[in-house]
Design a protein around this ligand. Structure first.
Ligand SMILES: Cc1ncc(COP(=O)(O)O)c(C=O)c1O
Length: 385
């Protein structure tokens, strides 16, 4: 390994949500934070170097993407995901979530129905409600920790008011990489009913099996899909607020951008473009090693819980550094589980129900941290559960 993922960096008092907002969100200060989906690893040096160069110039006026930015995104999609896109299909925004919210507004009217597969990253349903659209859930089916789509349920829930289907791919929090076949079946239904697909692919680079971008499957699907992505998860640059939308269909992109501009979300941070370009041009070797380290942390967690006969179980995710821990065999009262995690184990995990009612009994653990720190957290879990 060239890169040092074992390094422990003190993130306390650095205006960091994960460490500095514990009291605000959990009511306790001294918890080990394993919640918010960012990593405790330092961003790759090649990105830091590019940011320093930019800072040293001392000019922070309004930035703009260039041909180079587009080319790097296009090449990244080709080399990482074998997806051929054109530069003209890309537009930049200041985050996947703001872009998603704008898309909800652009492609539906108040009272329209939007389908989302729960349990899922909560802003994907929050922004349906906050835009006064009707959220329709198409819960995933769970079988021994493995989640599948329920397409029969989806078909049954479609009405003339259904305007958008929201895909989280790979899926946060259940860690699935949807197969090409699963996506094809899903897209067939959406195409038949003229339902736009929004595909949140922010976790696409952190995968342990082949990932298929939804819009890469066919021309027809590409014409009906708005893809949202960012280097934020992959390179730990979420706070630099640089994301992008990809869409082959010009009229969809145009409509999306009208709303994005209206909301003022097309102003990317001046450091955001710098980080994106450095990441996609130079940081791929770092990503390869990150994936090995994460995979190892995941297997380590699995072995650790087994070794100490913990009642907490999980299936190794196909993507993401987020572990969907099942606490159903521990204490039947989940409020007590929560209390015990906070007061006795003293660790901060995301509560399963924040991802939807079907997340009851689960807690999400972020394992993107040094192995030593992970071991410390696992020790606390097996002592109490
Ligand atoms: C599925 C998913 N989409 C979007 C985001 C956030 O994207 P952004 O920070 O670009 O708004 C996250 C962060 O955890 C996520 O898990």
């Amino acid at each position: 390994m060239i890169y040092n993922f074992d390094e422990i960096i003190d993130r306390k008092d650095t205006s960091c949500v994960k460490y500095d907002a514990l009291e605000k969100y959990f009511g306790y200060k001294d918890l080990q934070p394993l919640w918010v989906a960012d990593m405790d690893f330092k961003t790759p040096d090649v990105i830091i170097k590019a940011l320093k160069e930019k800072a040293n110039k001392g000019l922070f006026g309004y930035p703009i993407s260039t041909q180079k930015t587009d080319t790097l995104v296009k090449e990244w999609m080709k080399k990482r995901h074998n997806w051929e896109i054109e530069e003209s299909w890309i537009s930049y925004v200041n985050g996947v979530v703001p872009a998603y919210s704008a898309a909800v507004e652009a492609f539906s009217e108040e009272g329209d129905e939007i389908i989302v597969q729960t349990p899922v990253y909560f802003p994907l349903f929050n922004h349906i409600k906050s835009n006064n659209r009707k959220m329709i859930t198409n819960p995933l089916i769970e079988d021994n920790g493995y989640y599948k789509m329920d397409l029969e349920d989806l078909k049954a829930k479609i009405t003339p008011k259904t305007k958008i289907f929201v895909l989280c791919s790979p899926h946060n929090p259940v860690g699935r990489v949807w197969s090409k076949e699963e996506l094809e079946e899903l897209a067939k239904i959406c195409l038949e009913h003229n339902i736009l697909m929004i595909s949140d692919e922010i976790h696409a680079d952190i995968v342990f099996k082949k990932f298929t971008p939804l819009a890469s499957i066919s021309e027809e699907i590409a014409d009906n899909t708005l893809t949202l992505n960012s280097p934020g998860k992959t390179f730990n640059t979420a706070g630099l607020n640089c994301a992008y939308a990809i869409c082959k269909n010009k009229s969809i992109m145009k409509k999306f951008m009208v709303e994005a501009q209206r909301r003022g979300i097309t102003s990317v941070n001046v450091f955001g473009y710098v980080a994106l370009e450095a990441a996609y041009e130079f940081a791929e070797p770092w990503l390869e090693e990150l994936l090995v380290y994460l995979k190892n942390n995941i297997s380590y967690t699995k072995d650790y819980l087994t070794k100490y006969n913990s009642k907490v179980t999980f299936l190794e995710p196909q993507a993401t550094y987020l572990l969907w821990l099942n606490f159903k065999n521990t204490i039947s009262d989940y409020n007590k589980v929560k209390q015990k995690l906070l007061e006795e184990a003293q660790i901060a995990l995301n509560e399963g129900t924040s991802f939807g009612i079907d997340g009851k009994g689960y807690f999400r653990l972020n394992c993107a941290l040094s192995k030593n720190k992970l071991e410390e957290a696992l020790g606390k879990i097996v002592t109490h559960f």
